[in-house]
Design a protein around this ligand. Sequence first.
Ligand code: PGA
Length: 250
Amino acid sequence: MIIANWKCNGNKTMIKDWFISYLNKIKNNGIDVGTVGIAPPSIFFNEVFNQIKKNNLDILTCTQDIAGSSRKCTGAISSEMLQKIHAFSFCIVGHSERRTLYNEDNNIIQDKIFECLKSDINPILCVGETEEENKLGKTEEIIQDQLSILNNLDITDKTTIAYEPIWAIGTGKTPVPTKVNQIHKFIKDVVQSNSINQQKPKVLYGGSVTEKNAESFFRSEHVDGALIGGASLSGAIFAEIVNIKNEIKI
Ligand code: PGA
């Protein structure tokens, strides 16, 4: 499963070019990799959706955020609206940029997870530690707290976690793949033992993933894919990463 998180980037020309270069590079329509998704800024949902349809691509549209249960929320987009425009499959929830810039805490994020689950939109819950927490050896403690959002929830088999160490996002720094693998196993164990239905989630790695380092993550047993920011803004590079995942059959 590979998801492009375009964040606050894109315009109509970029989107047209993105799909041309993606099509030039992608092998087999990315068919074996499982889910491939793009989370564009909401204002470009239509452009992206039309390109996917026109080119007959196996790419899902995702959202970068969703409104919580309150509809008194200027600027937000609700689950009902998302369902009415297109069938949105996945929604990124609790990205560290939203935790920091919009003060989203566990309560707010949990409310959004509920909104996703009640609307058949599969949440991708982002978790991860700061550099300081990492240095203090607090990574697992922090992640366990962030995952407590899912405690006693009946999550779906498509509920996904993205492990995104904050210090790795957009910095070019990454944890070593063995460490990532260890944290992913930890996440799977915690969610499995705390959810009502003992569901083991898929866990994506996010944070400075590129076509150069993707293979090292994808070869790890517990890494089920990637959430990609900067490198996903190029259709060619994103296709290369999808091709790499396709070629590794684990
Ligand atoms: P990055 O962003 O790939 O640019 O580090 C990842 C993310 O924030 O989801």
